[in-house]
Write a protein that binds this ligand. Structure first.
Ligand code: MN
Length: 501
């Protein structure tokens, strides 16, 4: 891929400064990786360019694309971080460093430990800069696309890791396009037999249906034009292999029960035109009862919005029609930030706990109070500017939104959220009041630590319990930081007959 191609993939044109930055990084990385080859025999430089291309297509800013071009330079070549900082600035160097650190996952212990370690690193990296995680996702996608050049055991390990760690994160970020491709690539390596089965099935069916899908597109275009509903695009869409496989499994492999094998997607300019278009589709083709899903009024938990309806299309054949605005389409395919802000505004509540829940798979009771999310409010006003100034936008996302919050881990990998300066006692009471009452010592990152030691972001904290102690220590009230710990200590002391002034 040439530099020109890379630049042209972006949905919006870059200005002069941005173009120069990317151009410089392109040449710099090409020089740095000179002579290095990939397993495929191609020059190594192909990999950072393809990684950057994935992000360019997603509409990421020039800083992100620059850092993506340089993402393996620090790790795999002679180039130092100082050089990157000097040539490309602090921000790019910071992201490259983050990506490198995130990639240095130590393989140790059981599979589960490895998994949690990854998740932890992802999480902490994200706390510092979401762009680091996006580059890692794009990097992984390109590596998955070229996995055939690796030995089978490595293919299995990487595909499994991708399915368990990268896919859920991509899903959570609402990057449907990237998630779908990652899933299909994993599916191919992890379950080749079923992959081939679905591949064959879809090919045959697609060929059979292509003709009437084209017919439906022509009919709908005509109808929408007649009723003056503006249309941005109408296209047919084949279902992703993995999601089709899951659906087939749920329907005991009966392909005739799957109605969205080939769907038509109508993209219109606004929300109101979505509903207008829906009316026209239903006038033209009889809808199937109980198959209208309005994810615009009720978005999916990851923010996905669209209207889906199943109709009896041309020749009475069943087909699915998806209707969405251009903005929704971009969000569903690529947009992470836009989607987050939208979800926040739409639900009019904090998305942060929900997001964390999805990432860690369980509910966390310590929700961030809404008034602490003012930066999110500021961000939503940026919304319209996002398209114009992606770099600034991403920079603002870097605002350390965990500044006043610390996330520490239990040995089981549970996340405990604490205020700044939180101690092992706050941590213990956050787990359970009994754990607090019986706390005798603490291991922070496997090192014995005093109970009033401030915990830091990412610390692994283990509370050592004693069986014989029934009451908490009164001294703890001097240093605990959470209201929860304070009130529980007092309650336990009172219950134990200790008088409190
Ligand atoms: Mn890489």
């Amino acid at each position: 891929m040439t530099l020109k191609e890379l630049l042209s993939l972006h949905p919006n044109p870059f200005d002069k400064e941005q173009t120069m930055r990317i151009t410089k990084a392109f040449a710099f990385a090409q020089e740095a990786h000179k002579g290095q080859l990939r397993k495929s025999g191609e020059p190594y430089f192909v990999h950072p360019v393809e990684t950057a291309a994935i992000l360019s297509r997603m509409g990421m800013g020039s800083i992100t694309i620059t850092a993506a071009l340089l993402h393996d330079v620090y790790e795999d070549t002679e180039v130092t971080l100082d050089e990157i900082r000097k040539e490309f600035g602090k921000e790019v160097a910071f992201i490259v460093e983050g990506v490198t650190k995130l990639g240095k996952v130590q393989l140790k212990g059981s599979d589960e430990e490895y998994y949690l370690e990854n998740l932890r690193k992802m999480f902490l990296a994200m706390a510092q800069d979401i762009r680091v995680v996006l580059i890692r996702l794009a990097d992984r996608l390109h590596n998955m696309r070229t996995l055939q050049f690796h030995p089978p055991e490595k293919q299995q390990r990487i595909a499994k890791e991708t399915m368990e760690i990268y896919v859920p994160i991509a899903n959570r970020f609402g990057i449907g396009e990237l998630r779908g491709e990652l899933e299909d690539l994993c599916f191919k390596y992890l379950d080749p037999k079923n992959y081939q089965l679905v591949e064959k099935l879809e090919e045959d069916l697609y060929r059979e249906r292509e003709q009437y899908v084209n017919l439906a597109i022509i009919e709908l275009k005509k109808e929408l034009k007649k009723k003056r509903v503006p249309v941005v695009d109408i296209h047919g869409r084949a279902k992703r292999y993995y999601s089709l496989f899951l659906k087939l499994k749920a329907h005991e492999m009966r392909i005739e029960d799957i109605y969205d094998l080939v769907a038509i997607r109508i993209i219109v300019p606004s929300i109101s035109s979505c509903y207008e278009a829906l009316g026209i589709v239903h006038q033209k083709y009889r809808p199937m009862i109980g198959r209208i899903k309005d994810y615009i009024s009720l978005p999916k938990p990851n923010g996905y919005r669209s209207i889906h309806t199943t109709v009896f299309g041309p020749k009475g054949k069943i087909m699915e029609v998806q209707i969405r605005s251009e903005r929704m389409h971009n969000e569903a395919e690529y947009g992470i930030a836009a989607h987050w802000i939208y979800a926040y505004r739409k639900e009019n509540k904090s998305w942060l706990p929900d997001w964390r829940q999805a990432l860690f798979g369980r509910d966390h009771s310590h929700k961030v109070p809404e008034d602490e999310l003012t930066w999110v409010r500021q961000l939503k006003d940026w919304n319209e500017e996002t398209q114009k100034a992606p770099d600034e936008f991403w920079q603002s996302l870097r605002i350390d939104f965990f500044k006043n919050h610390i996330f520490a881990f239990t040995p089981q990998g549970d996340v405990i959220e604490l205020p700044e300066g939180g101690t092992p006692i706050d941590f213990a009471y956050a787990i359970h009041s009994e754990v607090g009452d019986q706390a005798q010592g603490a291991l922070i990152n496997r090192k014995m630590s005093a109970l009033d030691t401030p915990i830091h972001n990412g610390d692994l904290v283990e509370i050592i319990l004693t069986k014989d102690k029934k009451l908490p220590s009164r001294d703890w009230l001097e240093f605990v930081k959470t209201a929860n710990a304070r009130s529980r200590i007092k309650a336990s002391l009172r219950k134990g007959g200790v008088e409190l002034i």
